[in-house]
Write a protein that binds this ligand. Structure first.
Ligand SMILES: CC(C)(COP(=O)(O)OP(=O)(O)OC[C@H]1O[C@@H](n2cnc3c(N)ncnc32)[C@H](O)[C@@H]1OP(=O)(O)O)[C@@H](O)C(=O)NCCC(=O)NCCS
Length: 176
């Protein structure tokens, strides 16, 4: 095993675990540098620039989910962070990545569903009175906006000067 804490789903060829193993961290750093979509739509080339940057990212409160194959190759990543939005009631952010080997295969919504279902049981979520979830997405990131909307996120306002739009999941969401 790769040091992961627990595995709560085994679905045919895929696993979702609540931590990243060492091999997966190295793959995360590599994909963040080389994957064109990740480079275009996320800040991961900086966020996961190297091991120190990764460790620094882990310092803030967050709940993470790693999607992998049976050989522990990283296929996707979801994380929820504690970070207030600019208005009240939305204390958590949501982020998702799927990597080339798994992308475009319809896995992302199931990955989101399982992760949300687990996240709402977490201490981080339960001990907060306000429970909305927010995210920012590039206005031209069509696949991402599609999955967010299908899942129940709603656009709020207009794209900002960096062409990012905010999307919200209301505090009483029931996406599953
Ligand atoms: C966003 C991302 C997680 C989506 O994952 P994915 O594995 O491609 O998603 P899926 O295959 O599960 O589904 C994508 C959906 O978008 C649709 N889609 C894909 N490209 C599309 C396009 N150009 N126009 C319209 N719909 C599109 C697909 O048909 C599918 O919808 P469906 O389930 O109704 O058929 C993935 O593309 C990714 O990691 N991108 C890079 C990182 C990123 O942008 N993360 C989000 C930052 S906010």
């Amino acid at each position: 095993m790769d040091g992961q804490k627990r595995s709560f789903l085994k679905l045919k060829n895929f696993l979702i675990k609540s931590d990243l193993g060492k091999k997966q961290v190295l793959q995360l750093i590599e994909y963040s540098k080389t994957d064109p979509l990740i480079k275009k739509f996320t800040g991961d080339s900086k966020r996961f620039k190297n091991l120190d940057a990764y460790k620094n990212w882990r310092k803030n409160k967050k709940v993470i989910y790693a999607l992998s194959d049976k050989k522990n190759n990283l296929l996707g990543l979801i994380w929820f962070s504690k970070k207030e939005s600019s208005f009240g009631g939305y204390p958590f952010t949501f982020a998702i990545r799927t990597y080339a080997a798994a992308r475009g295969k319809g896995l992302s919504k199931e990955f989101m569903r399982i992760s949300f279902e687990d996240f709402v049981k977490s201490n981080l979520y339960q001990k907060d009175e306000a429970r909305g979830v927010w995210l920012e997405v590039s206005a031209d990131n069509t696949p991402a906006i599609k999955i967010y909307q299908d899942f129940g996120f709603k656009k709020r306002g207009k794209p900002n000067k960096n062409n990012k739009i905010m999307m919200l999941m209301t505090p009483n969401f029931r996406p599953f």
